[in-house]
Ligand binder design. Sequence first.
Ligand SMILES: N[C@@H](CCC(=O)N[C@@H](CS)C(=O)NCC(=O)O)C(=O)O
Length: 252
Amino acid sequence: MKVNQADLYIIDYKYSSWSMRGWLVLKLAGVDFKLHHFLSNKPDFPEKVLKASPSKKVPTVHLTVEGIEEPVIVWDSLSITEWACEFSKQFGLTTNKLWPEFWLDRAIARSAVSEMHSGFMALRDKFPFNVLTQREFKEKWRVAQVDTDVSRITALWSECRAQFEATRGNARYGPQAQGNVRDDGYLFGEFGIVDAFFAPIVFRIKNYSLSVTDEYSLKYIKLITDNELVKEWVACAIEEDDYIEEFEAPFK
Ligand SMILES: N[C@@H](CCC(=O)N[C@@H](CS)C(=O)NCC(=O)O)C(=O)O
């Protein structure tokens, strides 16, 4: 069955972390898609989001499949990721390493992505994603649970990196697993799915000036913000010119 078209639905570049993940994943996977972007503070938003997604959440992907009348809807960033990786592999759409080469690294990377998908609620709740506005941290914003989340995240980054470094080039794991693995400094060498999932977290930490002191995390934050795809997303956010008082006012 042939997929004739993939349509990606996202909302506010500036404020929607899950939209950013879905978009990064499709770009990384080399999927050619038609983009539908809309702003969540417009009156027609409820109607548009309902049309785009059965869960009323984005990202979603609509697939126009030969022989099937209605579009096939893939919703939720995790299942979009699964679909994009399968589709990309089937049609050889990219040479990007979406998941790490070595199965052990892959298992850890998937665990990190899953933890991100279902965790760090305090950070996500108290510090809304805002890819553009950079602020100095104020003590009155401090919440113990957020500090715990940030400590866990930075420890996780270092653990992923240590896992990658321990296995890369280690003959014990077999040459086929590690032979030609490129290292650009990301969690598992090349920018992959795991980095796409953590990219919005990097902006939360950076833009609210949350305290991070360990060397690898500081380096990682810079790598992510300097990444070309990430910069493309930020450029779209600048172009979008969006402002939602509810996400900005508490931090003024
Ligand atoms: N578990 C979902 C979360 C998606 C989500 O919460 N999306 C937000 C945007 S960041 C959304 O669609 N919000 C619209 C609304 O709540 O009306 C995923 O991984 O895709």
